[in-house]
Design a binder for this molecule. Structure first.
Ligand code: GLU
Length: 497
């Protein structure tokens, strides 16, 4: 039996925790949630909070999202002690700069017998997968074909430059067991159901599992506090620690944030970008307090508290993992209460930070200048640049599906538009020229006339038939406000059927 019961020994090392986000898309509220608990625990114990960027998956990488992670966490006030931008004794803190380290560790694992080279072709693996799926096999995964290749066979394949991956040699029987400090019973996985995980891809890049474990070890991480979606990866990590002969960290898997219907928190049902909440005027300390309540109980029905108070009161026994529901109405109520609790001076200062930041106001005035007659017109003219959802009642009859498309198809078009922007490295930046180029190309690809799509976009984003130049309007409204409104508009079209 493979065991990793380790509660005692980690306590003897200096406490070090980390968050390890992957720079894929906008920074997610789930990242903030995990960061909060790591941060609070580190501060409570006088430990070190590390930010590591896990960017080895080049296919999922999106430009600019590393900087966005820094920006979002800084806005929330969750300061890290070591990281790619601030440095530290265990750097580099960006995995793409550590490739030589992973290579070295793969060699070490191969030498220790904890991993093996697999030369199977993609065709063979696809065939295997198809067969396993067709026969409803209980084991979906690699069949171990290359586990025991002789040294001579391996050498011949290597000499012939046959591409290979490196896989974890998972024991064929027994169980892998680990303690999760947030769950009453140790967690067990039957080894025969754990796949011989690929650790190094044929291009020489490590997979998440290898890089994550090597880095956690080399960075001296004592407690891994992460979302429960990683529980199924943990047996592989435990086996890796064993294969290397290293002491594993103490595992704490926090509950996964959920929509009201208990499904995993998703873009489709809730905005999940931290920037959405910043853009729409939620305050960072309120958002943190709201998220703290999702997993931490201050006790005695106390819901409103600061991060400092949470640090003071923090104990793992006050943390629960039962499916925390991200309820935007509750966040809204908290934010409203916090606005009411501020002095007018404090409120005024707060508004200057973003909503009425001088640079923003000047950019808006530049858009309105040509179109208003009286100074007093500026505010009503610019009103749609503020706030979240709009009232479309005055323009309902103008909202029409493009020629030849049903309402449902038009709704889908808007959903596609919002989604594709995310995948377009230029358009994601949400500048007017990038939006224009993207939108024209989108029209071609989706066989829709620019005039028709642009009118829909304008109506959706501004609630008006006329506004400043469309793409300037969108850029100044900001991605999150636009996304909210386009989602509203698509919902409206869909409702019409
Ligand atoms: N890179 C993983 C993520 O994107 C890290 C998971 C972990 O904390 O081990 O969340």
């Amino acid at each position: 039996m493979t065991e990793a019961l380790h509660a005692v020994s980690t306590a003897q090392r200096p406490l070090r925790v980390r968050i390890a986000p992957s720079p894929t898309g906008d920074p997610h509220v789930g990242t903030a949630y995990i960061a909060l608990f790591n941060y609070v625990f580190a501060r409570k114990q006088g430990g070190t909070f590390i930010l590591r960027i896990e960017d080895t998956d080049q296919e999922r990488y999106t430009a600019g999202s590393e900087a966005a992670i820094f920006e979002a966490l800084r806005w929330l006030g969750l300061r890290w002690d070591e990281g790619p931008d601030v440095g530290g004794p265990c750097g580099p803190y960006r995995q793409s700069e550590r490739l030589a380290i992973y290579k070295e560790h793969v060699e070490l694992l191969l030498a220790r017998g904890g991993a093996y080279r697999c030369f199977c072709t993609r065709e063979r693996l696809e065939k295997l997968h198809a067969e396993q799926t067709a026969s409803k096999s209980s084991h979906l995964g690699y069949d171990g074909h290359c586990r025991d290749l002789s040294v001579a066979d391996q050498t011949a394949l290597l000499v012939a430059e046959t591409p290979f991956v490196v896989r974890l040699r998972v024991p064929r029987d027994g169980v892998t067991r680990f303690v999760d400090h947030l769950r009453p019973e140790p967690i067990e996985f039957e080894n025969r159901l754990v796949d011989d995980q690929v650790l190094q891809k044929s291009d020489g890049f490590p997979t998440y599992h290898l890089a994550n474990v090597v880095d956690d070890h080399l960075m001296g991480i004592t407690h891994v506090i992460r979302g429960e979606e990683w529980i199924t990866s943990t047996p592989k990590h435990v086996l890796l620690y064993q294969a290397f002969g290293w002491e594993p960290p103490a595992w704490h898997h926090l509950g996964l944030l959920r929509n009201a219907d208990k499904t995993k928190l998703s873009k489709r049902k809730n905005p999940v970008s931290i920037f959405h909440y910043r853009e729409l005027g939620y305050m960072p300390e309120t958002l943190l307090n709201f998220m703290a309540n999702l997993g931490f109980s201050m006790g005695a029905d106390v819901e409103r508290f600061t991060v400092e108070q949470m640090i003071e009161a923090f104990e793992w026994s006050k943390v629960s993992v039962g499916g925390p529901v991200f309820d935007p109405a509750k966040l809204e109520a908290f934010n409203g209460a916090d606005i009411r609790a501020m002095s007018i001076d404090a409120l005024y200062d707060r508004l200057q930070e973003r909503v009425l930041a001088p640079a923003r106001i000047k950019a808006l005035l530049a858009q309105a200048q040509e179109r208003v007659h009286r100074l007093d017109d500026f505010i009503p003219y610019l009103s749609f640049f503020f706030g979240g959802s709009l009232d479309y009642a005055p323009v309902l009859d103008k909202i029409k599906a493009p020629a030849g498309k049903s309402n449902a198809e038009a709704a889908q078009l808007l959903d596609d538009y919002a989604q594709e922007i995310e995948r377009d490295n230029q358009a994601r930046s949400f500048t007017a020229p990038a939006l224009e180029a993207f939108s024209r190309d989108f029209c071609q690809r989706h066989a829709v006339k620019p005039k028709e799509l642009f009118m829909l976009l304008r109506l959706g984003v501004s609630g008006r038939t006329a506004s400043p130049a469309l793409f300037d309007t969108m850029a100044l409204c900001g991605k999150d406000r636009c996304r909210t409104r386009l989602r509203d508009l698509s919902g409206l079209l869909r409702q019409r059927g």
